[in-house]
Design a binder for this molecule. Structure first.
Ligand code: ADP
Ligand code: MG
Length: 254
């Protein structure tokens, strides 16, 4: 029997000395949590260890630059964070959700709602106009105002005057701005960008990055940006360094 003057303690939580009220620490769920990720692929010559034990935690709203030599595993790590590739072992949690528990359909819906991706080579649908390209994920999400939102997103990247043009009629910089509008139009929590300026000249690339950073801030997204450009990493809150399938620096928030 519990005497009424000593109520049972429900937890070991820290308590305020005067009032006895538990001190509640805010629990921040990382937007990206990769734990002991390995990826091993079979090749003709035997097994290839592409990722060899990746640990990465990213808090909501961070802007992370991912750097490392070509072939060090940057793109593969991003594909795993996007649920586009499954690791051989380890845990992938995005916004607190374990991607291993999702089937391909769940993953597609999860990406639709939470993740925006920009690739080096734009990946626009060549048979669709700029406006249609941006509207695709919004339509897929069942937004009735898909085309209005797409038009607003194209306006944000200063391409309203190109909305009826096809990718083949646009410059590289314009195509990447369309891809950016498409990635951000759904207001994802997580933006992934894999060398988004890699195919653009310096000035055009700078304009694309300027837009990317501005849109990230506007929607309050977390950004993982793979880049070789030190000017860009200088504008990131944290730099993650990769080498030979491992993170050598910057894997955890400071
Ligand atoms: P990075 O983006 O840092 O240049 P990647 O993640 O693209 O590196 O690739 C890491 C390594 O994995 C490279 O050696 C690459 O050749 C290899 N690799 C990536 N994807 C595959 C695949 N599907 N099959 C075989 N090897 C792959
Ligand atoms: Mg790459």
């Amino acid at each position: 029997m519990t005497p009424s003057h000593t109520p049972p303690q429900k937890s070991d939580a820290l308590r305020d000395a005067a009032s006895g009220v538990p001190i509640v620490e805010p629990i921040i769920v990382p937007i990206v949590e990769l734990s002991s990720i390995a990826l091993t692929l079979e090749s003709g010559a035997g097994e290839v260890n592409i990722l060899r034990g990746i640990d990465l935690k990213v808090a909501p709203g961070e802007r992370i630059g991912v750097v490392g030599p070509s072939g060090s595993g940057k793109s593969t790590m991003m594909m795993i964070a996007a649920g586009l590739e499954r690791p051989s072992s380890g845990l992938v949690r995005i916004a607190g959700q374990d991607l291993a528990e999702m089937d391909e359909d769940d993953l597609a819906l999860f990406r639709r709602d939470r993740i925006g991706i920009v690739f080096q080579s734009f990946h626009l649908v060549p048979t669709m106009t700029a406006l249609e390209n941006v509207a695709v994920p919004l339509e897929f999400a069942g937004r009735r105002d898909a085309f209005d939102r797409a038009a607003a997103a194209l306006d944000e990247v200063d391409l309203s005057h190109r909305s009826t043009h096809y990718p083949g009629q646009l410059s590289g910089g314009e195509q990447q701005r369309v891809a950016l509008a498409r990635a951000v139009a759904t207001e994802p929590d997580l933006l992934l960008a894999d060398e988004p300026t890699g195919n653009l000249d310096g000035e055009t690339g700078t304009a694309v990055i300027h837009l990317l950073f501005a849109m990230q801030e506007r929607i309050g997204a977390t950004l993982l940006l793979i880049t070789h450009d030190p000017d860009l990493t200088a504008r990131c809150g944290r730099v993650v360094r990769m080498k030979d399938g491992r993170i050598t620096d910057g894997g955890m928030p400071s």
